[in-house]
Design a protein around this ligand. Structure first.
Ligand code: MN3
Length: 196
C-alpha cells in the first residue's frame, strides 16, 4: 500500500527558490497521482503489502511490470526528494560526507560540477543522484522513474529534473534550477544521515 507523506516543511518554506505553487502541484497532484495509480496497479499482484524498496528492486527491468515499476519508483523517488531539500540549505557540507566528497569525488567544486552536469545532461525526464556504490560515492543520472536502488547502489541525495519540478519557477532554465538546488536547497543533514 503506497501512501502520500506530508511534505517535511510548509509549502512556502523553499521560497523564493521553489514556489509554494510548484510544491502544491508537484506534491498534491504529481506525487499523489503516482500513489493512486501505483495502488491501482498493485491490486491483485500479491505485492500490495510489500516494502516499496523491495518491490522496486524486484521488478526493475521486467517489461511486463513497467507500469507498476514507474509509479512505485516515482512514489519512492519523490518521498526521498522532499527530504533532500530544506529552508536555507545548500552550500558546502561538513563532517564525514565532506571528507568522502573530497576523497571519492575530488572535492566539493568537482561534486557541484558533476552533479549539475548529470542533471542538465539527463535528456528528457529523470533524476540526478549522489549514491554509494559499495563504499564509494558516485554521481549518476537515471531516466524517468529509475533510481540507483535498481543497480544495487544506496541513494544519498537526489534532484528531480522532470519539467514539473521546475517549469513554473524556471521555465526551460534547468541549469538555473540545478544551481539554486545546490547553492540554497540541499539538506546535507539528510544526506549525512543516509551515509550513516
Ligand atoms: Mn517530480
Amino acid at each position: 500500500m503506497l501512501t502520500l507523506p506530508d511534505l517535511p516543511y510548509p509549502k512556502d518554506a523553499l521560497e523564493p527558490h521553489i514556489s509554494a505553487k510548484t510544491l502544491e502541484f508537484h506534491h498534491d497532484k504529481h506525487h499523489n497521482a503516482y500513489v493512486t495509480k501505483g495502488n491501482d496497479l498493485l491490486k491483485g499482484t500479491g505485492m500490495e503489502n510489500e516494502d516499496v524498496e523491495d518491490i522496486i528492486k524486484k521488478i526493475a527491468g521486467d517489461d511486463s511490470k513497467s507500469g507498476i515499476f514507474n509509479n512505485v519508483a516515482q512514489v519512492w523517488n519523490h518521498t526521498f526528494y522532499w527530504h533532500c531539500m530544506k529552508k536555507v540549505g545548500g552550500g558546502k557540507p561538513t563532517g564525514r560526507i565532506a571528507e568522502k566528497i573530497d576523497s571519492d569525488l575530488g572535492g566539493y567544486d568537482k561534486f557541484v560540477e558533476e552533479f549539475k552536469a548529470a542533471g542538465a545532461g539527463q535528456f528528457g525526464s529523470g533524476w540526478a543522484w549522489l549514491a554509494l556504490e559499495g563504499d564509494k560515492l558516485k554521481i549518476v543520472k537515471t531516466l524517468n522513474a529509475d533510481n540507483p536502488l535498481t543497480k544495487g547502489m544506496k541513494p544519498l541525495l537526489t534532484v528531480d529534473v522532470w519539467e514539473h519540478a521546475y517549469y513554473l519557477d524556471y521555465q526551460n532554465r534547468r541549469p538555473d534550477y540545478l544551481t539554486t538546488f545546490v547553492d540554497h536547497l540541499i539538506n546535507w543533514d539528510f544526506v549525512s544521515k543516509n551515509l550513516g
